[in-house]
Design a protein around this ligand. Structure first.
Ligand code: OOG
Ligand code: NI
Length: 452
């Protein structure tokens, strides 16, 4: 037995500290949290079956602490250090998201816990983007941005030291873990002072607002923190009453009896006063609020169907208002089965299998007997929650916060470069679908062993 504090506990404490810091920095986030809690409470009260399902799936306990955040960093070295910092909290890079196609000069991964027990405890995720400086067309500006980034350290000396300590010892003791949370938090804090003058800021911002956001500050301020709601349509409807203006459209799939993947909406970034070098006053918009509703994770086959239907819906024209957008999506998504048994039998979604106490397999437990075991009530299958993000939705969220100045996609030659992101990280990203597959398979093996 070691004296090290569990990574789950460090992550839980960090997520809590981050949430407190953000609530303090962005009061609207607190308002949104209260609204989400209210809607979740009402949804559970009105839907006892959902209450039981979430309880059974061990999802109810995590709901109140469940958040994702997002940051954007400027250099491979910053990303590599972040990878080590998140590892101390049991968070690892999962998935690759290329946003250059959508006109955002970044590519991204999500740091998150990966195993069942850790996800149950606290699924805190941070969508992390790396600026692709090579996409800045103006060579002089590119050079200037690189120099500014090279001159900063987004980590405190204490954070660097404790990450090294954790790696050397294989963990942190209680006092070290507490200090680690405080030191790590500093990287995500907002700064009212830019590191550059207004002229430089404007030049970078004119190239792309996101470039200015990444380059001109001491650190990669957390730009939103997202609670999970059980009814995103209700929260979207009630946001204006709470004094929050949501973006026009809920991203992702439409409302369904069996929610799939991820639905998201956000409120617009705030314009905040900034003091630039040379004592000049100006503004910057970066921080916003977002909510999400999570559904079942899809297999490769299910995801291909989702992508195909989403593309079909998008091709039939953009809708200005959410009601007609949702109506049209629902029509197109009529082709996506909407009951759990079909989603499972057709191999469209992932499930957790469990042995039902008090039953035995009799038939011996070969995998082909799964259907028979389920029919007899010896085996249960509950939907596995999607823990990741969606590139088209992420692009929509980015863009709703970049104001009018949305640009076209970057040229194809500069596209998707997972290898480049992995080189920066210093490790390969985990394939999210393979991870769901493994977790499903493991749950099935354990269930069958229990029944045997
Ligand atoms: C990240 C936007 C993506 C999501 O939930 O899809 C995102 C950013 O703006 O940095 O957070
Ligand atoms: Ni987000």
């Amino acid at each position: 037995m070691s004296n090290w504090i569990a990574t789950d506990e460090i992550r839980g404490n960090f997520a809590k500290a981050m949430s407190e810091m953000y609530r303090h920095e962005v009061p609207q986030y607190g308002t949104l949290l209260a609204l989400v809690e209210e809607v979740n409470r009402e949804t559970l009260a009105a839907n006892p079956a959902l209450h039981v399902d979430l309880l059974d799936a061990d999802e109810l306990a995590r709901l109140d602490v469940e958040r994702h955040g997002a940051i954007r960093v400027g250099t491979p070295a910053e990303l590599a250090m972040l990878r080590r910092l998140f590892a101390v909290m049991g968070m690892h890079p999962v998935g690759y998201y290329d946003l250059s196609e959508a006109g955002v000069p970044v590519h991204s991964t999500a740091f998150r816990p990966v195993d069942d027990a850790a996800l149950k405890r606290n699924p805190f995720r941070v969508f992390t983007s790396l600026l692709r400086l090579e996409l800045i067309e103006n060579a002089e500006l590119r050079q200037r941005a690189a120099e500014i980034l090279a001159a900063r350290d987004i980590f405190t000396p204490g954070a660097r030291e404790l990450v090294a300590t954790a790696e050397r010892q294989g963990g942190l003791d209680a006092a070290q873990a507490e200090r680690f949370v405080a030191e790590a938090l500093e990287t995500f804090r907002w700064h009212r002072e830019a590191t550059v003058d207004l002229v430089t800021y404007r030049a970078l911002s004119d190239e792309h607002r996101l470039i200015a956001d990444v380059v001109c500050f001491r650190g990669p301020h957390i730009n939103h923190l997202t609670p999970r709601t059980l009814d995103i349509d209700a929260v979207q409807r009630r946001m204006p009453e709470a004094g929050i203006v949501p973006k026009a459209i809920i991203e992702g799939p439409p409302r369904r009896a069996c929610p799939i993947l991820l639905r998201q909406t956000s409120f617009k970034a705030l314009e905040e006063p900034i003091r630039f070098a040379g004592d000049q006053q100006g503004h910057h918009t970066a921080r916003f609020g977002e909510i999400e509703q999570r559904g079942v994770a899809l297999t490769r086959k299910g995801r291909a169907l989702y992508d195909r239907l989403l593309t079909a819906a998008r091709e039939s024209g953009a809708d200005a208002d959410n009601a007609s957008h949702q109506a049209q999506l629902s029509e197109v998504f009529a082709d996506f089965p909407d009951d759990l048994a079909t989603l499972r039998r057709e191999g469209l979604a992932f499930f957790h299998y469990r042995a039902v106490p008090g039953t035995t397999a009799e038939t011996g437990g070969a995998e082909s007997d799964v259907e028979a075991l389920i029919a007899r009530g010896a085996l249960s299958a509950t939907p596995m929650t999607y823990e990741d993000f969606l590139p088209v939705s992420a692009a929509g969220i980015f863009q709703s916060n970049l104001g009018e100045a949305v640009r076209d996609g970057y040229s194809h030659s500069s596209h998707s470069s997972q290898a480049q992101l992995e080189e920066a990280l210093g490790v390969k990203v985990i394939d999210e679908i393979a991870l769901y597959e493994r977790r499903q398979q493991m749950s099935l093996e354990q269930a069958l062993a229990a029944l045997a």
